[in-house]
Ligand binder design. Structure first.
Ligand code: CUA
Length: 365
């Protein structure tokens, strides 16, 4: 009876070990991970990796020493048949105890030196010439406001891009992180909650906390798209709260900024004009801004002035591709079907209204 029970326990142990090994194997199935902090693409992310690697090896050595000693003692001094006498009891060993107090203290002190140095280094004031961007964490999207004096839009406010932050390569970007909330369209609450801003390839992670402004620096070595993600549970669509950082050459960045400074032009296509009229006379303007369109100045939802600028390429927390009109149609038909809990209401638009709105939004380059 007892041996049967033991066999059961052993079988269960094997199953658990097998599942754990499978999980480990599957966890390694990402040859081209886009959010890999071990492949830093800029100096600030590199500083974090340079700290992580030595600390990891120290921790690994400690792990194998402690666990190895533990397993050795378990096996070496296990109970054996026919040896039922009580082993000699030891009460304290001063030399050993001093040893295992001092050695960990020395190891921790050794780890602390580069850790504290990195913390201070990353917390330093922005270098001269940094690009200043205010990042707003909303439910559930990110807004990027370019606050430098030479980054004003046609209305005199900061250029703002939802979901995609555009930066020049080789230049530090100083971020001011703020949590935002409020009533959308006067009724729908957008709760001010904690988010966490993380672009693993470009910077370390930083919480975005209501009522205070946190700062981090990021920088990209090369042009390209870097993927970011909210890293703090913030409500129903936390897992969909994605964004992108688009790094351009300084020349391309200047060209992009000069486009962004322009307000939106009225469309010439009559169908798109119909969409613009609907946008103005419907509920859209309560929440959305389109610089250059009189009466569209809402601030609780994404600024759509350059919605269809091909550089931005994603909208609605990057759940939709702005270059694909069918995705925008699906979004307008039922936002919550794409981003559950989305603060964008379902206005039960007709197919005609949706098509006109899509034509208008697609004219906003
Ligand atoms: Cu925002 Cu999670």
């Amino acid at each position: 009876m007892r041996s049967e029970k033991r066999r059961d326990v052993r079988a269960r142990g094997l199953r658990v070990a097998g599942l754990a090994a499978l999980a480990l194997l599957l966890a390694a199935c990402a040859p081209h991970a886009t959010q890999d902090s071990l492949k830093p693409q800029g100096p600030y992310a590199r500083e974090i990796k340079n700290l992580f690697v030595p600390v990891f090896w120290v921790a690994a050595a400690v792990f194998f020493l402690v666990e190895g000693g533990f397993v050795y003692i378990l096996l070496r001094y296990r109970h054996r048949k026919g040896r039922d006498r009580m082993p000699a009891q030891t009460h304290g060993n001063t030399r050993l105890e001093i040893g295992w107090t001092i050695v960990p203290a020395v190891v921790l002190a050794a780890v602390m030196v580069p850790t504290v140095a990195t913390i201070f280094d990353l917390a330093r004031k922005p270098p001269a010439g940094a690009l200043n961007v205010t990042v707003e964490g909303r439910q559930w999207w990110w807004n990027f406001k370019y606050t430098d004096a030479d980054m004003k839009n046609a209305a005199g406010g900061p250029i703002a891009t939802p979901d995609v932050m555009v930066i020049p390569t080789g230049r530090p970007v100083y971020l001011s992180l703020e949590a935002m909330g409020g009533l959308i369209g006067g009724t729908n609450p957008d709760f001010e909650v904690i988010h966490s801003f993380w672009v693993p390839e470009l910077a370390y992670k930083q919480d975005v906390v209501p009522g205070r402004t946190n700062h981090i620096l990021l920088q990209a070595d090369h042009t390209g798209t870097y993927f970011g993600q909210c890293a703090e549970f913030c409500g129903l669509s936390h897992g969909l709260m994605r964004f992108r950082v688009l790094a351009m050459t300084p020349a391309d960045f200047a060209t992009w900024a000069s486009q962004e400074k322009q307000g939106a032009a009225s469309p010439t296509d009559p169908f798109a004009q119909k969409g613009m009229d609907f946008f103005l006379n419907g509920s859209c303007v309560q929440c959305h801004t389109i610089t250059g369109l009189q009466g569209a100045g809402g601030v609780s939802a994404p600024d759509l002035t350059h919605y269809a600028n091909p550089a931005h390429s994603c909208a609605a927390s990057c759940a939709i591709d702005t270059l694909d009109p069918s995705q925008l149609s699906r979004w307008l038909a039922n936002p919550a079907a794409i981003v559950p809990g989305s603060k964008m209401p379902n206005y039960h638009l007709s197919a005609d209204q949706i098509q006109a709105l899509v034509a208008y939004l697609r004219s906003l380059t």
